[in-house]
Design a protein around this ligand. Sequence first.
Ligand code: FEO
Ligand code: CA
Ligand code: CA
Ligand code: CA
Length: 615
Amino acid sequence: AVVTPPAAPMINFKAVAANSGNAIVVPEGYKAEAFVPWGTPLVKGAPAWKPDGSNTAADQALQMGDNHDGMHFFPMSEGNSNEGLLVMNHEYINPEYFYAAEAGQTDIYGTWTLDKVRKAQHAHGVSVVHVKKDAAGKWGVVADSAYNRRIHGNTAMAITGPAAGHSLMQTSADPFGSYAFGTLNNCGNGWTPWGTYLTCEENFNSYFSTTVAGATRTALMSRYGLATGNTPYQWHLLDNRFDWAKEPNESNRFGWIVEIDPFDPASTPKKRTALGRIKHENAAYVLTDDKRVVVYMGDDQADEFVYKFVSDGKFDPANPNANKNLLDHGKLYVAKFGDGTTKGDSMGTGEWILLDKAANPILAANASFPDQATVLINTRQAATVVDATKMDRPEWVTVHPSTREVYLTLTNNSGRNDATPLNDANPRANNVYGQIIRWREAGNNPAATTFEWDHFVLAGNPTANPLKSAGSANITADNTFNSPDGLAFDPEGRLWIQTDGANSNTGNYAGQGNNQMLVGDPKTKEIRRFLVGPDGCEVTGITWTPDMKTMFVNIQHPGEVGSHPRKPTIPAGVNQDLYLAQNPTAFSSWPNAAGGRPRSATVIVTKIDGGKIGS
Ligand code: FEO
Ligand code: CA
Ligand code: CA
Ligand code: CA
């Protein structure tokens, strides 16, 4: 439901300063409390989280996963702001913090066992958390609720849509190409007006490699970046499914959008192949006037593309059964961003190119795409063949709740150079700060095939780099940030911007501090900082209760060291990650101020006076 925008200023809180510290900072008058960190017992029978990292794979399958990411609150009943299902993604794990320290270990993995592989797989995926406010107004997990559910890297799920059953989808465990096992690297999310959750599979390639000497990757494997050496996860060493020489089609069963019905705990998640196979960031829907479903999607890698799906069928709130498989039939488009009539003015026009084997003459004539299933399995190459516009890492998309204007983060692209020419939409070489682009579909019809676009912001740093990267006029020394990633409109039309970038607070990034969340006004373009995350984290995932009085935000990978200015002193000659594996409490202990290893967690933000967030 669209809420009438407030009569008061759209952004009405005092901005917080940038900083590097090990706590959440929110504006005066607000409070933030950590909730359901990694390992929290969730499903009935789940054991307690063990601070020393010694929980087993079986334990982890019943506990909250790791690296909380995209998330959505589904009220238990329409308008219910006291009870609902909080559904969230678990993108990946940090091996340096994930396992118990071992005496004499020589790398972060220690003695490598199948149970460790399974534990990591079980920490990926999705959690469905039945949450409820108590009489005192405090949120808690409803213990033993039948809704509490873990969907993880080994959960059986159906493959649906045009690529289901295709020979490229068949494996030894699934000779019909109709059932996949698990969902991985669940990054951003989406939801549908019929009450389902969409989880988006991003960097699935990083789980696959091979131990087979001399094995070579197919062109398809190379296009999606499957590894040839070791991976950060090492699953392929003990689980043949992740060895691409032994199971060449397994990776084709990842990189999809998965639809989950959180209100039916027995339901089978569905990989919706009609939406294409990319490194999916998130999925933002909007309805056309005649109720077709349009889903916008970004492929998060430098020089990749932006997509939209338009369903053939129409959403019918009176007929839930008719909505169930709307995402299996429709048209997939990829975006071409033109400079428009004037060069260098941060605006232009664009068109949507249909990725259809029969209807697009370029694909029809191309023998490397024998059928539509191949177009979908190799969406990236199909988009390259039709000459889509290479973008500066497309991350989250969101649609304004009343105007239907679409906003997209282009997080950064330091490699933008002569090989990938600049254009008005991606106007900067060595783009370390990123930008937010927005577009309006022709005739305000989300299914239109042309649009006009402009930039909402070019992020920059006027203090550190005044000549080179000041950014657009709405960037100041006070609100400077880099690498916009998470992006969502609240129901009143505020644009919430979450960052996942450099937190060194020096050089190009001086004065920007830790990763953070800011709020933008789409009309005035003003941007104000609302939250600063703890050391080493990324801020990602956001949702609200219908009354806008509770906001849930995810803090992912606190304690990821990188080039953080407060990182621990590592003894000379010692590998940093190995040091952390043996001393997991050395850097960040967030969210536990008293110490311990860092844990990804949700943060519940409320206004102390009980008012609406942002008001
Ligand atoms: Fe998982 Fe592109 O962030
Ligand atoms: Ca232009
Ligand atoms: Ca992201
Ligand atoms: Ca990112």
